[in-house]
Design a protein around this ligand. Structure first.
Ligand code: GLN
Length: 424
């Protein structure tokens, strides 16, 4: 019997135009991207019945380019997770091994592509949520430079960190999808002109001759040996094709997970204040006072979301703001400076995407710290607003392993080029 991977929260098709660069392709869309007339739950009980009145810009762009949306993909609640197990709609199973998680938070999107339920997918990446599931499911995922892709219609988790990103079976397909969704949008003031006239698909030519790739020593140190071996073999392939590799050290990366979680939770606690039972979604039954009704309404959040609202509110409180939030912003600046220094002498930076193999279902749910630490290699990229790609490096014990390549701001063509050399 075929395994049900629980890829979609809502299976509903939205037809695209008949012509365009994505004509005839099917696409899964993460359920935090607004689709006019089709419910958009963010994997939460809070929005179980929410139907947006408008499309996200990225959704408009893919249907205008000819793609047909086949469903809204499962995800960790509001993007908060690394396994897709915090979804109120049950976990998604990894097509490579149904007893394991697909990664998260865009687990439904990556699993849809890996299981052949869609040709392409859109995810969002705040601290790794496109790259982690791409790595765990054995597909390609790109986190674009901050400002390359419009966030209009993306339900916000942590605005200063996140970007919508493509997921596909090949680097060229992912780059084609990036070409379609990239470019300025008057609805999102953080989008930039830079990169708008690039041709990412054309960059998937595998030509790394003369490219210098920095290998980050720190990001191999704590990783699972099987992951390290597989990623080192992929880097050796790049060398065989003419790339030069050099070791680089980015000492501030040791603060990335701490800084990321303080900033992400702080922004999340403020963003989620809008779910008050008045404007969106679930509303408590109580007709008592405002406090009672607000508390009842917010019962619809799951445990991980509540944890983050509490921690984020704490970090922003008077008296703690300087100790936590301001410190995290300092660390963010150091991390960015370390990357800037490294890009003086290298074209791209390589590491394992995830330091671990896909978790077994249920294995990490009661251990949030362990889950947060798994984001050590992906979160620095969001803190520094840089582009990165995860490309399949091979398998270890039959499980997919991803190689992450990070580029300088708006250097998507370079990382697409390098990644396409790995998959050949
Ligand atoms: N795992 C990270 C988190 O839980 C990343 C999530 C994301 O990128 N949306 O915050």
């Amino acid at each position: 019997m075929a395994v049900d991977h629980n890829v979609f929260i809502t299976e509903e098709s939205i037809e695209g135009e008949t012509a365009g660069p994505l004509a005839g392709r099917t696409i899964a869309v993460k359920d935090n991207l607004s689709t006019a007339g089709v419910r958009t739950t963010c994997g939460s009980e809070m929005l179980a019945d929410y139907v947006p009145p408008y499309d996200a810009t990225a959704v408009t762009r893919v249907t205008d380019a000819g793609a047909t949306i086949v469903g809204k993909a499962n995800m960790d609640e509001f993007g908060m997770g690394t396994t897709t197990e915090t979804s109120a709609f049950g976990p998604t199973r990894n097509p490579a091994d149904p007893e394991r998680v697909p990664g998260g938070s865009s687990g439904g999107s990556a699993a849809a592509v890996a299981a052949g339920e869609a040709d392409l997918a859109l995810g969002s990446d705040t601290g790794g949520s496109v790259r982690c599931p791409a790595a765990f499911c054995g597909v390609v995922g790109i986190k674009p430079t901050y400002g390359l892709v419009s966030r209009y219609g993306l339900v916000a988790y942590a605005n200063s960190l996140e970007q919508i990103g493509p997921i596909a079976n090949t680097v060229e397909d992912a780059a084609t999808l990036l070409d379609v969704i990239a470019g300025p949008d008057p609805h999102d003031g953080t989008t930039r002109e830079a990169g708008a006239d690039s041709d990412y698909a054309a960059a998937a030519d595998g030509d790394v001759d003369g490219m210098t790739i920095g290998v980050v020593t720190e990001l191999f140190d704590g990783a699972d040996e099987r992951v390290v071996e597989t990623v080192e073999a992929a880097i050796a392939d790049l060398e065989a094709r003419g790339a030069e590799t050099v070791e680089v050290s980015l000492p501030s990366l040791e603060y990335a997970v701490q800084a990321y979680y303080v900033i992400a939770m702080s922004e999340a606690s403020s963003n989620l204040a809008r779910f008050d039972g008045v404007r969106y979604g679930h509303r408590g039954e109580s007709d008592g006072n405002w406090n009672e009704s607000f508390a009842e309404t917010r019962e619809a959040f799951g445990a991980e979301v509540k944890r983050r609202i509490l921690l984020g509110t704490y970090a922003l409180s008077a008296g703690y703001h300087d100790a936590y939030y301001a410190k995290a912003q300092d660390a963010r600046a150091w991390i960015k400076a370390d990357f800037d220094d490294a890009f003086e002498s290298v074209d791209a930076i390589a590491s394992p995407t995830m330091p671990v193999l896909p978790f077994e279902l249920g294995e990490s749910l009661d251990d949030p710290l362990r889950m947060y630490l798994a984001d050590a290699n992906t979160t620095p990229v969001n803190l520094a607003n840089l582009p990165a790609i995860s490309v399949p490096a091979g398998t270890a014990d039959g499980l997919p392993v991803g190689l992450q390549l990070v580029g300088p701001a708006f250097g998507e063509e370079t990382i697409v080029r390098a990644a396409s050399a790995v998959e050949d």
